[in-house]
Write a protein that binds this ligand. Structure first.
Ligand code: NDP
Length: 226
């Protein structure tokens, strides 16, 4: 039977690449964007339904849930994220900048997952949170982008709490590192292209279905230290 994935944050970069890759592999894809005017690239992909969503807006998530009522998701892939203030040391950013970064990268993904949880196949489905190696408390410090890394560490921490609250379930939860990838966020110096990263991630997600538990993996399937 054809599988269905919801990719959150698919206007560009890795989210757009994930939508393409899942579609190439025969999945039905629902892809969300914030701005409806950014749908051109997505509309070129076969089997993609484009929906509008701002991940930080609870009402926007509720409205999406209503539009998708009755659908069953095999995978909810929460990809959207922001880099935060890049040009200042972590000690010089202001409250608004820190608030937006942590709210978008750590709080909003979990709130979205909780709101859409009833749609996800509880026997063999998966929820994937786009984390980063920079969120590893063990290896992230010293790699740069410390505030961003801390927001991904907070995402990992909150995901652990979410998993512990799920109780008995067949769901698999992944905290995924895509590698360092050439996108608006990753920059031109990144060694990986979107296709290599997303092909790897789709392979890992597919393999993980039915496995259960919570795993912190990169796009090649290597386990990362928390
Ligand atoms: P981009 O900056 O290229 O794309 C970010 C995507 O997230 C865009 O589609 C953007 O939409 C969307 N987005 C941001 N905020 C929101 C929001 N509030 N609601 C809905 N969508 C939103 O980044 P990447 O593609 O590189 O990154 C994707 C994910 O991968 C992020 O979570 C990032 O932290 C993570 N990551 C990336 C790495 C890399 O090397 N590139 C490495 C490790 C992790 P819009 O176009 O509207 O702004």
């Amino acid at each position: 039977m054809q599988k269905t994935v919801l990719v959150v944050g698919a206007s560009r970069g890795l989210g757009l690449g994930l939508a393409k890759q899942f579609s190439n592999e025969g999945w039905q894809v629902i892809a969300t964007i914030r701005n409806p005017q950014q749908s051109d690239a997505l509309k070129q992909i076969p089997q993609v339904r484009v929906e509008t969503l701002d991940m930080t807006d609870a009402q926007s998530i509720e409205a999406l849930g209503k539009r998708l009522a009755g659908m069953r998701l095999d995978v909810l892939f929460v990809n959207a994220g922001v880099a935060g203030p890049q040009n200042k040391p972590a000690t010089e950013v202001n409250e608004t900048e820190v608030g937006q970064l942590f709210f978008t990268n750590a709080v909003a993904p979990l709130r979205l997952a909780k709101q859409l949880l009833p749609m996800v196949n509880a026997e063999r489905g998966a929820i994937v949170f786009m984390s980063s190696i920079l969120g590893s408390v063990e290896t992230g410090p010293g790699m740069g982008m410390s505030l961003y890394g801390a927001s991904k560490a907070a995402l990992n921490h909150m995901t652990r709490t979410f998993v512990s609250e799920l109780g008995e379930t067949g769901l698999t939860i992944l905290s995924m590192h895509p590698g360092w990838v050439k996108t608006d966020m990753g920059g031109d110096e990144a060694p990986l292209d979107v296709e290599t990263s997303t092909r790897g991630m789709v392979g890992q997600v597919t393999k993980a279905l039915g496995r259960g538990g919570h795993h912190y993996l990169d796009y090649k399937g290597d386990h990362l230290p928390w």
